[in-house]
Every structure is written in C-alpha cells, then in structure tokens.
Design a binder for this molecule. Structure first.
Ligand SMILES: [Zn+2]
Length: 274
C-alpha cells in the first residue's frame, strides 16, 4: 500500500470498517511510514474527542493524558502537560489538534479516576499553596476542567464548594482550569490561569473562617494580622516565587506564581466581579 491509498482509507480505518486484508495492509503501512501514522492518529484522536465532547463535553482522561504522555516521550525535555499543550510547543499535530478542539468546544471536563491534587503533609495554607504551584508546574496537579471562559470554571467549581469561588477574567489570560480537593475534611478549590507571556498563576481557595479560625488548616499569625488589617498578605520564597493572599467575600485566596509581585497584584486587583 502506498501513502496515497493509505490517506484515502484513513476515515474508514478510524471507523473500523476495513476488510481484514486491507486492514492488514493498512496497519503494515502505518508501522513503516511515520507521516501516514501521524495522519491516522490525528484523525483517530479528533473523532474520539469530538464524539466524547459533542455528547458529554467530556474527554476520557485516559485518552487525553495518553496522547500527552506520548508527546512528552517524543520530546527530549521533560515538560509539564500544560506547557506541552499550551506552550510554544505546537510541534505535534495531534497536540495542536487537542488544543484546537478545546478552543472549539469552549470547555473540556476531564474524567479522572486518581486524585488530581497531591495531599500535603503541612496544615499551613501558604506551604500548601507553594507545593501546589510546584505540582502544577510539574504536571502533577491537574485541573479536571479547563476553559477559555473563567465563568465556566467558576460554575464548575461552585457546584461543590461551600464558599464563593473567585475565578476572574484576568487580563492576558489564555485559559484557566479548576479542580477540587479536600484537606483534613476542609474543601479546597484550585484554579490555574495561563497568562500569555507570563506563565502560570495558581490560586488556592478555602473558606475564610477555616483559614482564620479553624484548626484543620492553618495560617501564620503575621499573615492573619496583615489580612485583617489590609486585606492582603505578601511573601516571596527563596526561589523567587511570589505568594499573594487576599480575601474574596467568605473566601481566602492564595495565589502563587513566578510573575513579579507588582504585576501579580495589578492582575489580581483589576479583575472584575463574576
Ligand atoms: Zn505513507
């Protein structure tokens, strides 16, 4: 089988409608011809994602992360899945396609079986936030819902949180994602923003009463004092991560990123209410 014939048959192969001898020739060619195999994979992935999203607006996370894992393997450097999809690395057509489909459907909810948020050993909210930021960068903390519309992410998280989730249209934000978890029985919401040109901004969110007066999670006294007095608290880690805490209605938010503190505060201050 030559490339031209192979390309003609892709659609039927994706739908598994090839006769057994043709199927054999088809898979033989796929095994020896990388460009054709890529074409086939792209079609196969498109169909399965479109099928999944059109009916349910959901992508099986096994498929989604399987694609990304393959792409990561094919690249020499170890990168976060976020960087792979949304960074400059639009090299692989399959990945570019997944991203395009996400744009097209607006929002993608990922079905995940395993815990998408690492469990912290530390009760301290600031320590947890910094750890979660690192986990986000490393691809360990994975949003279960991603959208270009912050309102969608807010709706997704709000369904299961006892506090007012703060998800805003930050300027320069390409997309954002959300995931829920709990710590010592306290509900937590996590929001990840991709700010064009600036990188990732992670925001930890929890009920303000738990944060200020609870025993299951904790905040350092100086942070509590600053929040009570000014509504803000700032900290910088030795490796130049900036931490910004603020109150949003009955919610304590802790943002962490590598963005400069002034820029971060400007971003977070100008956000409109949702
Ligand atoms: Zn070929």
């Amino acid at each position: 089988m030559d490339c031209r014939k192979f390309l003609e048959l892709i659609s039927e192969a994706v739908d598994d409608r090839l006769q057994s001898d043709l199927k054999h020739q088809f898979s033989h060619h796929a095994n020896i011809c990388l460009p054709c195999r890529n074409e086939y994979e792209v079609d196969r992935i498109t169909k399965s994602i479109v099928r999944a999203t059109v009916h349910r607006r959901e992508v099986p996370s096994e498929l989604y992360y399987a694609v990304l894992t393959e792409v990561q393997k094919s690249q020499s450097s170890q990168r976060s899945w976020l960087e792979v999809i949304f960074g400059e690395a639009f090299l692989n057509p399959a990945v570019a396609l997944v991203a395009l489909i996400m744009v097209a459907v607006g929002a993608v909810s990922l079905l995940q079986r395993e815990n998408a948020v690492p469990i912290s050993a530390d009760k301290n909210i600031i320590a947890q936030s910094i750890n979660n930021f690192s986990a986000t960068m490393a691809g360990v903390l994975k949003p279960t819902f991603i959208s270009h519309d912050p309102g969608d992410v807010k709706d997704y998280l709000a369904k299961d949180t006892p506090f007012e989730v703060d998800v805003a249209a930050l300027s320069g934000c390409d997309w954002c994602g959300g995931v829920l978890s709990s710590f010592n029985g306290v509900k937590l919401a996590h929001v990840v923003y991709k700010i064009g040109g600036e990188g990732l901004l992670y925001v930890y969110q929890v009920d303000i009463n738990e944060a200020m007066h609870g025993t299951r999670i904790s905040l350092p006294e100086n942070a509590k004092a600053s929040l009570a007095k000014t509504g803000w608290y700032f900290e910088q880690t030795p490796d130049k991560c900036n931490v910004v805490l603020w109150k949003h209605k009955n919610t304590l938010c802790a943002a962490v990123s590598m963005i400069e503190r002034e820029k971060m505060v400007a971003l977070l201050s100008e956000k409109g209410p949702w």
